[in-house]
Design a protein around this ligand. Structure first.
Ligand code: SF4
Length: 191
């Protein structure tokens, strides 16, 4: 399946999920929709809103490995090998103080590239406000570096999904045999 077919198939699937979700009065919490609706609502309130994913902010997510190794940003990185980024480890709970760990991260190539990576996304991608550009584990897996922007994952889970949700909102209340229900609280401002 080429990338266009993959995107079309993904969008058809998520569009169907949206329709079923709305027909059921949005009772189920679907993280992907809730997250995007929240961001869209915030942009309506504040036009310069930018999503701030936890995995893009140092120490908002901390992973401690079984051997005491400490990692931050995407949890997947804690088990990823990399010469350039010191295997994404920034210390060890058995030997390092919190201050040592913080200093090590702030002086690291990992930190510099992570921040530059988000900046690159901000400068090049129109979906950046809805994404935040912090899919670091995917960037590294596909490009071998954090200094990258698009990945297969973001083209689907951020870009294609955003298009589905924005199209659904632009189309207005559902018609036909679907029941129309109010959107959840996360989207009230844009309903
Ligand atoms: S959708 Fe992809 S390219 Fe765009 S901001 Fe997000 S990670 Fe970066």
């Amino acid at each position: 399946m080429n990338s266009r077919d993959l995107r079309n198939a993904y969008q058809m699937f998520m569009s169907r999920i949206w329709d079923r979700w709305r027909a059921d009065e949005s009772k189920m919490r679907i993280r992907e929709f809730q997250d995007l609706l929240f961001c869209i609502k915030e942009i309506f309130i504040e036009s310069d809103f930018i999503r701030k994913p936890h995995e893009g902010v140092p120490f908002q997510l901390i992973t401690i490995r079984g051997d005491g190794g400490i990692s931050t940003f995407s949890p997947e990185l804690s088990a990823t090998k990399s010469l350039n980024y010191g295997d994404f480890l920034i210390g060890n709970v058995l030997t390092d103080s919190p201050l040592n760990v913080a200093n090590k991260l702030m002086g690291s190539r990992l930190y510099r590239d992570a921040m530059t990576s988000r900046k690159m996304c901000k400068e090049t991608c129109s979906y950046h406000p809805l994404c935040g550009g912090a899919l670091f584990s995917n960037k590294f897996a596909e490009h071998g570096s954090l200094l990258a922007t698009e990945t297969t994952s973001c083209r689907l889970h951020r870009q294609a999904l955003s298009d589905v949700v924005l199209d659904k909102l632009a189309a207005g209340p559902e018609t036909g045999n679907q029941r129309v229900a109010p959107l959840p609280d996360s989207a009230r401002a844009i309903a």
